[in-house]
Ligand binder design. Structure first.
Ligand code: HEC
Length: 175
C-alpha cells in the first residue's frame, strides 16, 4: 500500500459515516412526523402562526373604533396638558391675528388656515402627522419644520404649546 493510501481510505470511510448519519437523522425526523401529524414541526409552526393571525383579525373585526384606546388623549395626558388653558394662551400669543379659531376671542385672522375642526386634520401644515407631540413641536418652532412658512417662531413655551395643542385637538367636526 503506497504512503497516504491508508489515510485516504480512512477519510472516505469517515465521509461515508457522516453521510449515513445525516440520512439517518433526516429519516428519523420524517418518521417522527409521519407517526403523528401533530409531530410535524413545519405544520405545527404554520398552525400556530395561523391561529395568531386569526385572533388578530377577530380583534379587528370585533372591536369598533370607539373601543380602541384613544392614543391622542393618552399623549395629551403624557404632555401634562390642559385643553381649557389653550384659548387663553392663544389670546396671549396673538394666534387669532392669523387664524380663525373657534372658542378663542377675536381669532378671525386669515393669514393662516382656519383651525376649526383641527382634530380631524391628518397633517399639520401638510408636513407633520397630526399627533399631540408633533403639534406641540410645531407651535414652538414652525420654521424648523417649514423654513419658508409665514408662521413665526413666537417663543412659545413647552407648557403653553402643550395646552394649545390639547385644545386644538379637542376641536372636531365642521366649523
Ligand atoms: C403671522 C401669522 C401667524 C401667527 C401669529 C400664527 N400662525 Fe399658525 N400658521 C400661519 C400660517 C401662514 C400657517 C400655514 C403654515 C404652512 O402651511 O406652512 C400656519 C399654520 C398653523 C397650523 C397648522 C395648520 C394646518 O392647517 O395644518 C397650526 C395648528 C397653527 N398655525 C397654530 C397656531 C397657533 C396656536 C398660533 C399661536 C401660538 C399661531 N398658529 C400663530 C400663520 C400664523
Amino acid at each position: 500500500m503506497p504512503d497516504g493510501a491508508e489515510h485516504r481510505t480512512f477519510g472516505k470511510a469517515g465521509l461515508g459515516l457522516v453521510t449515513v448519519g445525516a440520512l439517518a437523522a433526516t429519516a428519523s425526523v420524517v418518521a417522527w412526523s409521519l407517526a403523528s401529524p401533530s409531530n410535524d414541526p413545519v405544520g405545527a409552526m404554520v398552525s400556530r402562526v395561523g391561529a395568531g393571525w386569526e385572533r388578530l383579525t377577530q380583534w379587528y373585526a370585533g372591536n369598533p373604533v370607539a373601543d380602541r384606546p384613544n392614543w391622542s388623549a393618552m399623549q395629551v395626558k403624557l404632555l401634562d396638558a390642559q385643553s381649557d388653558r389653550g384659548p387663553d394662551a392663544m389670546v396671549r400669543y396673538g394666534c387669532g391675528a392669523c387664524h380663525v379659531i373657534p372658542g378663542v376671542a377675536g381669532a378671525r385672522g386669515t393669514v393662516g388656515p382656519s383651525l376649526a375642526g383641527f382634530a380631524d386634520r391628518a397633517y399639520i401644515a401638510g408636513i407633520l402627522t397630526n399627533a399631540p407631540g408633533n403639534l406641540q413641536r410645531w407651535l414652538i418652532d414652525p420654521p424648523l419644520f417649514a423654513p419658508d412658512t409665514a408662521m413665526p417662531d413666537m417663543s412659545v413655551t413647552e407648557a403653553d404649546a402643550a395646552d394649545m395643542a390639547a385644545y386644538l385637538l379637542s376641536l372636531t367636526g365642521a366649523p
